[in-house]
Design a protein around this ligand. Structure first.
Ligand code: PLP
Length: 400
């Protein structure tokens, strides 16, 4: 079924030879997502929630119905879905609102070295402001978070556990359900960075029983500039908004204001309306294809890539047991940015650098790594082209 899928992505009409292996940064956008957004501008264009006319009522319905679609995509209730600019803003909202309100001096915030900067830095900031402790679960030799190491890291002072569901560098899947169970037996809150999980696997927040879950639209066939924070109702209701003003206000007097209920109290001002509708469409698209199938397809591709790269001398792979569609590697003695010039010449898009996760790069003892990330519009030809280019880079740089 994936043979025909490239036709759904207009970018391949303009770039027929594109080998796009950077979906962990941002996925490509299918026609139907682009179309619903442009339809919004062509047929509505107006603001929501404030116009007393038919066009605005309909626009509001479209927007709120997209919220319901997105909620259903992760099995949440619609009022538990807060729209943000992206996973970074969602993760910051948890730390700046819940964290600054409920973390106290001496409390422990437990995280890991696998975190993206957007999952780590907001908690470092809270810890510094509140004289709390930021603690790290030791990774195992491969770089994974294990339940055993997690268990040994919690204490009676642990207030919140903030972890990535899937590492954006190594693609490892955190045993998050077991971790959440252990946390909830002790009254510890769990915030999950699911930016690399929601686009690739079935996520059911009720089954996981997580307290907060953050993700971005642009990594899951949706638009840029839209992200989601899921939060449990009882937590969101107790949290203070971070921004004040239009649309979130209820009653406003000179020296008193009140605001709307969740989720609106966290959504100040005019929202990115077309982007929300676009993300709703992306959820429908992914659901129609099936997350199980997507996950298996990209895992097969990354396993094939690992197998083929493994036979090349001087290629160091950092996640030999690929658990998702991510493969991270380097050519020994060649800076990944230099090698990337060869991949780019061959129209292969990969990401090199620290991937906004410097703790992981440091754990690997590197300054920079190459990441190929597969999605369902990739196929085995893409793997072969990548490996051929790595071979070319090896021959070129080693002959210098
Ligand atoms: C694991 C992870 N968390 C958070 C983010 C931040 O996402 P955004 O840039 O969309 O805010 C990313 C983006 O690469 C990511 O991979």
């Amino acid at each position: 079924m994936f043979d025909e899928i490239k036709k759904e992505f207009p970018i391949f009409e303009n770039h027929p030879h594109l080998c796009y292996l950077d979906s962990a940064a941002s996925s490509l956008k299918p026609r139907r997502v682009i179309d619903v957004m442009s339809d919004y501008y062509k047929n509505f264009s107006c603001n929501i929630n404030r116009g007393n006319y038919q066009l605005s009522y309909e626009a509001t319905n479209l927007y709120e119905s997209a919220r319901s679609t997105i909620a259903q995509f992760i099995n949440a209730d619609a009022d538990e879905i807060i729209f943000t600019r992206g996973a970074s803003q969602s993760l910051n909202l948890v730390a700046l609102s819940w964290g600054m309100q409920f973390i106290q001096e001496g409390d422990e915030i437990l995280t890991s070295e696998l975190e993206h900067h957007s999952s780590h830095m907001p908690w470092l900031n809270v810890a510094q402001n509140k004289n709390a402790f930021l603690k790290f679960i030791p990774l195992d030799a491969e770089g994974k978070i294990t339940v055993e190491n997690f268990y040994n890291s919690i204490s009676s002072k642990t207030k919140i556990v903030a972890l990535t569901f899937v590492s954006n560098v190594l693609g490892y899947v955190t045993p998050i359900k077991d971790i959440i169970n252990i946390c909830h037996e002790r009254g510890i809150i769990v915030s999950i960075d699911a930016a690399q999980a929601v686009p690739h696997m079935n996520i059911d927040v009720k089954d996981l029983d997580c307290d907060f879950l953050s993700f971005s639209g642009h990594k899951m066939c949706g638009p840029f500039g839209i992200g989601v924070l899921f939060g449990k109702k009882k937590l969101l209701e107790k949290m203070n908004p971070l921004e004040f003003g239009g649309d979130m206000a209820d009653e406003v007097n000179k020296f008193f204001h009140s605001y709307k209920d969740i989720p609106h109290k966290f959504e100040t001002g005019t929202p990115p309306i077309a982007e929300v509708i676009g993300l709703g469409e992306a959820c429908k698209f992914l659901q129609e294809i099936g997350l199980e199938k997507i996950y298996r397809h990209e895992k097969n591709l990354s396993e094939k890539a690992v197998e083929m790269l493994s036979v090349l001398d001087d290629v160091e792979i950092y996640n030999r047991k690929a658990e998702t569609g991510i493969v991270s590697f380097n050519i020994r003695g060649v800076h990944s940015h230099d090698a990337a010039t060869i991949y780019d010449k061959n129209q292969i898009c990969v990401r090199t650098g620290h991937h906004c996760a410097q703790l992981v790069t440091k754990f690997l003892g590197q300054y920079s790594t190459t990441r190929a990330s597969f999605y369902f519009y990739n196929d085995s030809k893409d793997v072969e082209r990548l490996v051929a280019s790595v071979r070319e880079a090896l021959e070129f740089f080693k002959s210098l």
